[in-house]
Design a protein around this ligand. Structure first.
Ligand code: PLP
Length: 389
C-alpha cells in the first residue's frame, strides 16, 4: 500500500485532505455536524423532503406491508407493485410516455447509456457533465467526443464533421450543472439534434424538483416535452429519498427492462424508499408551494451575497457557488465557516478544474430567512477576515 500512502500524503501536502463530516441527525436546515450545531448549506435536499413527516409515514407503512428489503433484482422477484406504481407515477408527473426507476441516479446512467448505444455509434458529451455520465459513457462501446461547456458552435462542429461516420449519435448533457448552477442550452441542443438526426439525453439530477412547474425539470422549464429522447432524474436530491429514473419512449423503456445492467444485477430499491417517493410526487402534483419556497429562498440568498460583492459565477438556479480560485484557500474558507457555524462544502479539483475552487451554497425550502441572514453574515465576516472580498 506504499503507493496509496504516498497519494494520501500528497493530498495532505496540497491542503486538500479532509475527513468526511458526520451528521448526527436528520438532514435539516440546522444539523448537528461532528457534535456541533451548524446551518446546513450543503445538502441537495432542496425541498426539505428528506425528513418530511408525510414521506416518513409512508415509508413506515411500507415497512409494515412489504418489509425492509425487496429480496431480489427487479427482473427476478424484487419487482413489487409499488415499484411498478412509481414508474407510472413519474412518467405521468413528467408528461412522458414511460419511465424506469433505478437504485440511484448514478446506477441509472451506468445502465442506460451502455444499453442504448453500441459500436458504430458516437456519444457527444458536455465537458462539465457529471461523473456518473462520464463513467456511464466509459462502459459503452460507442466512440465518444467532448464539446466545450454549453458551446453550441463546438457541438455543431463535431456533429457536422462526424455525423456521416456513425450510425446513431447521442448528445448528452446535464440539465443543470451541479458545480456552477447554470442551465443547459436545451432548446439549441434539441435544434441541433434535429438538424443532424441525433438523439438527446438530459441528466436532470439538479433540475428535477427544482426547475419547471412544481419541479417537472429542465425539459418542462423550456417547454420541450416530447423533444428530448432520454430524461434522467434523481430521487436522491429534491425528492429527498434515494434512486434515479429514466423517462423515454415505451420502446426504449422496454429495451432497458431487458438490458440495463443495474436493473438486471442489483437488488431493487427498498420498499420504504419507493413508497416515500410516491408520496413526494403526489405532494408536487398537488401544490407548487414547495418549489415556490425553494425559489423564494434562493433569490433572497443570492441577492444578498451579490450585493456584498461576491462572485457567484453564472448560476441560474438555487445552486450558489462563491468563487475563490485557489484550492487550499477554498478549503480553508470552508473550514473556517464551519468553525463559525455554517457548513458549506469546499469544491476543488478534481471535482472542478484546477484554480476554480469555490464553496458551494445549497439553499433549500427548509431555511428560514433568519437562518439565511445569519449565514450571509458569517460568510461576509469570514471573507473579510481572509481578504477574499
Ligand atoms: C447527483 C447526480 C447524479 C447521481 O444521483 P444519485 O441519485 O445521487 O446517484 C447523477 N447525475 C447528476 C447530474 C447528478 O448531479
Amino acid at each position: 500500500m506504499a503507493h496509496l500512502e504516498k497519494e494520501v500524503q500528497g493530498l495532505k501536502d496540497q491542503g486538500v485532505y479532509r475527513k468526511i463530516p458526520i451528521n448526527e441527525g436528520p438532514c435539516e436546515a440546522v444539523i448537528k455536524l461532528n457534535g456541533k450545531e451548524v446551518i446546513n448549506l450543503s445538502s441537495n435536499n432542496y425541498l426539505g423532503f428528506a425528513n418530511h413527516p408525510r414521506l416518513k409515514e409512508k415509508a413506515i407503512e411500507a415497512i409494515h406491508n412489504y418489509g425492509v428489503g425487496s429480496g431480489a433484482v427487479r427482473t427476478i422477484v424484487g419487482n413489487m407493485d409499488i415499484h411498478e406504481k412509481l414508474d407510472q407515477v413519474i412518467a405521468k408527473f413528467k408528461h412522458e410516455p414511460a419511465c424506469l426507476v433505478f437504485q440511484s441516479g448514478f446506477a441509472c446512467n451506468q445502465g442506460t447509456i451502455q444499453a442504448i448505444t453500441e459500436k458504430g455509434d458516437l456519444i457527444i458529451s458536455d465537458e462539465l457533465n457529471h461523473a456518473s455520465i462520464i463513467d456511464g459513457v466509459r462502459l459503452s462501446r460507442a466512440d465518444r467526443m467532448v464539446f466545450k461547456h454549453s458551446d453550441m458552435a463546438d457541438l455543431e462542429r463535431i456533429l457536422k464533421e462526424q455525423r456521416p461516420n456513425y450510425k446513431e449519435v447521442l448528445i448528452i448533457t446535464d440539465g443543470v450543472f451541479s458545480m456552477d448552477g447554470d442551465i443547459a442550452k436545451l432548446p439549441e441542443i434539441v435544434k441541433l439534434a434535429k438538424k443532424y438526426q441525433a438523439l438527446t439525453y438530459v441528466d436532470d439530477a439538479h433540475g428535477s424538483g427544482v426547475l419547471g412547474t412544481s419541479g417537472r425539470g429542465t425539459v418542462d422549464h423550456f417547454n420541450l416535452h416530447g423533444q428530448v429522447d432520454f430524461i434522467i432524474g434523481t430521487l436522491s436530491k429534491a425528492i429527498g429519498v434515494v434512486g434515479g429514473y429514466v423517462c423515454a419512449s415505451e420502446v426504449a423503456i422496454e429495451w432497458l427492462r431487458h438490458r440495463a445492467r443495474p436493473l438486471l444485477f442489483s437488488t431493487a430499491m427498498m420498499p420504504a424508499a419507493t413508497a416515500a417517493i410516491i408520496e413526494a410526487f403526489s405532494m408536487l402534483e398537488a401544490s407548487t408551494e414547495y418549489t415556490d419556497k425553494l425559489w423564494d429562498n434562493a433569490r433572497y440568498f443570492k441577492e444578498k451575497l451579490a450585493k456584498l460583492g461576491f462572485d457567484l459565477g453564472h448560476s441560474e438556479t438555487p445552486i450558489t457557488p462563491i468563487m475563490i480560485g485557489d484550492e487550499a484557500l477554498t478549503m480553508k474558507f470552508s473550514k473556517t465557516l464551519l468553525e463559525r457555524g455554517v457548513f458549506v462544502s469546499g469544491i476543488v479539483f478534481p471535482t472542478v478544474q484546477k484554480g476554480m475552487g469555490r464553496i458551494r451554497c445549497m439553499v433549500s425550502a427548509l431555511h428560514t430567512k433568519e437562518q439565511l441572514d445569519q449565514a450571509v453574515h458569517i460568510i461576509y465576516e469570514t471573507a473579510k477576515d481572509m481578504n477574499l472580498l
